[in-house]
Design a protein around this ligand. Structure first.
Ligand SMILES: [Zn+2]
Length: 79
């Protein structure tokens, strides 16, 4: 834990908040057994049931999200 790879906030596209998201699956791929090469996380919103995936590619320093989640660089909007 304590990774600092993520630059943004994962939010539920439906609820527009990260409050109810939980990680249901997390995979980390290592390069040379040491450096983190790729990260894949599956999220589920416990409020509306939406699911989505977050992936981080260290080679390209690129974050991508698919499904019903969005990646925002801004501060989350808490009610
Ligand atoms: Zn939701």
């Amino acid at each position: 834990m304590g990774s600092h790879y993520r630059t943004g906030m994962i939010t539920c596209a439906n609820c527009d908040t990260p409050q109810f998201l939980q990680i249901t699956q997390s995979r980390v791929y290592f390069e040379d057994g040491e450096m983190i090469n790729e990260i894949s996380e599956t999220y589920e919103c416990t409020l509306c049931g939406s699911t989505g995936q977050y992936a981080y590619d260290d080679d390209r320093d690129e974050e991508t999200v698919t499904g019903d989640v969005t990646l925002t660089k801004e501060r989350p909007k808490f009610a």
